[in-house]
Write a protein that binds this ligand. Structure first.
Ligand SMILES: *Cc1c(COP(=O)(O)O)cnc(C)c1O
Length: 359
């Protein structure tokens, strides 16, 4: 056998993937990635600096992360009895869950359109992904179609983002309970937008053998730290824990996340400001007759332009220094769609001004 290119060794499923694209953002008003736009208060930043200066970065991180775990439990009001798994962002938790069950004949299922990491990490793990279309025009869960798909495909994992990204709506708890009861595998309810929807099934986690509830500190305001949490029944969390690389949360991230979570009310006040900003932005966007605007339970707003206008508007905004997410082309139900993250008052105003210019 000749010395072929090492690239030929890469599995075809990987070579067929498009890399997850992050747009360059230098200098732009960044409203494309659901980040919290607010800086931390001066006093808290000083405390962070002091605590981080003491960090033993010559040592490997504590794999148990006891202070961070305690801070997360206190923040969410969870007792020590709910088993928790920490990930380097919830992206890593999705990867752990998928690789725990990976086998070529297995299926992972999710309503679509949704968060692209579910299908991407499923394919990387060598499994088949089945998307069940959400209903038009409101992106409601099609419970009957989902139950039928579960019966047909017997998925090893069902992912449900609640509220859903990129549609912004939340699903009814009773509908999700029905899906959990019907699923032979694991049901992951991804509550990345909990700070804005304030609706959770974490009270069921640890008590239902199939249910894993995922949350993250990213949308709350700590996206740069990469901390995600999964809650579930002890036996399942125990197995998933074996997939976790022991040092997946760095020393600095453990300390910084704990310090911020321990500061009472700071992130909650920012989330409340984002919710208020969302209501205001939604009202402003609804005044523009050329856009269809979906109601949102998150920190972003999904909207549809007139046919063929999403791309030029997205490009026009970018030329004016405002970065939002172009969804047109990513899924049939997202034709002509754009997604804008709620920013500060000034950023939202700059977005609206730029939109008036190029809309
Ligand atoms: C943003 C997002 C995530 C990713 O969260 P990280 O913790 O930053 O990895 C997970 N799920 C959904 C639905 C998201 O929108």
């Amino acid at each position: 056998m000749g010395p072929g290119s090492p690239v030929d060794l890469v599995r075809p499923v990987i070579r067929a993937l498009d890399a997850y694209h992050v747009a360059p953002a230098a200098g732009a008003i960044k409203l494309d990635a659901m980040e919290n736009p607010f800086p931390l208060p001066e006093e808290l930043r000083r405390r962070l600096g002091e605590e981080l200066a003491q960090a033993a970065i010559n040592r490997y991180p504590d794999p148990v992360a006891p202070r961070l775990r305690a801070a997360v439990r206190a923040y969410l009001g969870l007792g020590p009895d709910v088993p928790m798994l920490l990930g380097n962002g919830s992206d890593e938790l999705i990867q752990m869950i998928v690789s725990a069950v990976a086998a070529p004949d297995r299926v992972v299922l999710a309503p679509e359109p949704t968060f692209v990491m579910y299908s991407m990490l499923t394919r990387i793990a060598g499994m088949r992904f089945v998307g069940v279309p959400l209903r038009e025009p409101d992106f409601a869960l099609d419970v009957d179609a989902t139950l039928a798909a579960i019966a047909e495909h017997r998925p090893a994992v069902v992912f449900i983002a609640n509220p859903n990204n990129p549609t912004g709506n939340a699903f009814a708890r009773t509908d999700l309970e029905q899906l959990i009861d019907a699923t032979p595998g694991i049901v992951v309810v991804d509550e990345a937008y909990y700070p804005f929807a304030r609706q959770t099934m974490v009270d069921l986690a640890g008590r239902h053998p199939r249910l894993v509830v995922m949350q993250t500190l990213s949308k709350l305001g700590l996206a740069g730290l990469r901390v995600g949490m999964a809650f579930g029944e002890a036996a399942l969390i125990h197995e998933l824990e074996k997939l976790r690389l022991p040092y997946n949360i760095g020393v600095l991230a453990q300390i910084a996340a704990a310090v911020v979570l321990e500061a009472p009310g700071v992130l909650d006040a920012q989330a409340a400001a984002i919710r208020a900003g969302r209501e205001h932005l939604e009202t402003e966007l609804r005044r523009l007759p050329e856009f269809t605007v979906w109601p949102s339970r998150t920190n972003f707003i999904l909207m549809r332009t007139a046919p063929g206008r999403a791309r030029p508007i997205h490009a026009g905004l970018r030329e004016r220094g405002v970065l939002i997410k172009l969804l047109d082309g990513s899924h049939p139900r997202l034709r002509d769609c754009l997604r804008v993250t709620v920013g500060t008052q000034a950023e939202n105003a700059a977005f609206m001004a730029a939109l008036h210019e190029c809309g």
